[in-house]
Design a binder for this molecule. Structure first.
Ligand code: GAL
Length: 417
């Protein structure tokens, strides 16, 4: 199946070269999944930047948080010989497209702009394949965050929880007060996003790496993993009845509107709070999932530049240059909720959560506490990620108890890897 797909992709790539790009010359066609209010506001910063340079924007949005649907559309576009100019991509997916020879060589732009010295190693491992820059990192997000409605917490005498015990006590208090404790959207990628933080809190950094990066069976099937699943069951018991299938931004809206106390979600959630004119510290709180205050599970959005037949086009080069400019890195990430993909951007324009995000990232990188997010394709390739998703979601929906889940996890990962 996989090799058939590869052959198909190779044929399609050859076609792409002859078919050429669909958009007018001087335009870029950008495939992405930034369709929520906060995401669209951030994307506008990029569109306007390019328009200011006389480069038109052909928008190719594919709704669906986490990008699974966008990747399906991308495969179809490439297979039909019509790859977009630039495509939002994450982690191992970028490496996969580069290995298939689908991406343009950005080494000249990277050398002219000095990317090697300002883009951190953690991102370079997903942007540079076999010595060739193939994508432009836009940001660094991280997944082990909790977002809380401050008025709801205050009204119920709840202080920001710092341990699992304090967190579960807060959930009980909210439930007793008739407030939905946790806003959640039951989609596999969202279940997995919660699991990133929960697993880190129980397994610790070494265990997280052993399980999701090294795929160590003893850790995947061990007692601590079972405990992580037990915690997921507690979370499941604290979501509302309508959680199934809900989009992540609608879950964020529940916290914004005071219908729910907490949401566990990556810092793209902050974009929704800001888009609703909410202020950190005043209207909402941002803090690391209890028990993970020193760790950061990151995912970086990048724009992969698809080979349009020949050298990187001048529009692709302009897009890549715009994305990595320090002023854009600040302006965009302030709105998006993420932090800059360059290490030399000032935190001055960022709000309290953004400043914390930048400080946490730097501290985690230097103390060995920075790990690629399993949920967002930065710990292992899509086949393994999807195998983990299936088990986490089946457990969340009550199909497996925790004991069964760990066994299924070991089996699913060993088949997928
Ligand atoms: C992530 C992506 C973020 C965010 C989120 C929800 O995978 O990295 O930028 O938009 O999906 O759509």
């Amino acid at each position: 199946m996989r090799s058939l797909l590869k052959t198909k992709t190779a044929m399609a790539l050859a076609l792409a070269v002859s078919a050429g790009a669909a958009q007018a010359e001087g335009d870029v066609e950008v495939l992405h999944w930034w369709t929520s209010g906060g995401e669209a506001a951030a994307l506008n910063v990029l569109k306007q930047d390019l328009e200011g340079q006389g480069i038109g924007w052909t928008d190719m949005p594919v709704a669906g948080g986490g990008g699974e649907q966008a990747m399906t559309v991308l495969r179809a576009r490439v297979t039909s010989g019509n790859a977009p100019t630039a495509v939002q991509g994450l982690g191992f997916d970028i490496i996969d497209w580069a290995n298939q020879g689908a991406l343009a060589d950005l080494n000249k732009v990277a050398a002219d702009e000095g990317w090697d010295s300002v883009i951190p190693a953690a991102l370079q491992q997903f942007a540079k394949v076999d010595g060739k820059w193939v994508s432009a990192p836009v940001n660094v997000h991280s997944t082990n965050w909790v977002w809380a409605n401050k008025a709801v917490l205050d009204a119920n005498g709840i202080a920001q929880p710092t341990t699992w015990e304090e967190f579960t006590a807060a959930l009980e208090t909210l439930k007793a007060a008739g407030v939905t404790p946790i806003a959640h959207g039951g989609q596999a990628w969202q279940d997995a996003t919660v699991f990133d933080g929960v697993a880190m809190s129980v397994l610790g950094p070494d265990g997280y790496k052993a399980a999701f990066v090294d795929l160590d069976e003893a850790v995947l099937g061990g007692d601590k993993m079972k405990e992580a699943f037990d915690r997921m069951a507690v979370i499941r018991a604290n979501v509302d009845d309508n959680f199934s299938g809900r989009d992540w931004n609608l879950a964020t809206a529940m916290v914004i509107n005071g219908e729910a106390g907490f949401q566990m979600m990556g810092d793209w959630a902050k974009g929704e709070f800001l888009n609703a004119d909410k202020v950190p510290g005043q209207d909402f709180l941002c803090f690391r999932f209890p028990g993970t205050s020193e760790q950061v599970t990151f995912n970086a959005d990048q724009f992969m530049m698809f080979d349009q037949g020949g050298a990187v086009s001048k529009e692709q080069a302009a897009l890549a240059t715009a994305i990595l400019s320090p002023s854009f890195q600040s302006a965009f990430n302030v709105v998006k909720g993420s932090v800059p993909a360059r290490t030399d951007v000032s935190d001055e324009a960022f709000d309290a959560c953004g400043k914390k995000g930048m400080a946490d990232l730097a501290a985690a990188a230097s103390s060995g506490n920075l790990f690629g997010s399993m949920a967002h394709g930065h710990a292992n390739p899509a086949s393994v990620k999807n195998a983990i998703y299936d088990v986490v979601t089946a457990h969340f929906n009550g199909e497996y108890d925790s004991e069964t889940a760990v066994q299924e996890l070991v089996d699913a990962v060993s088949i997928a890897k």
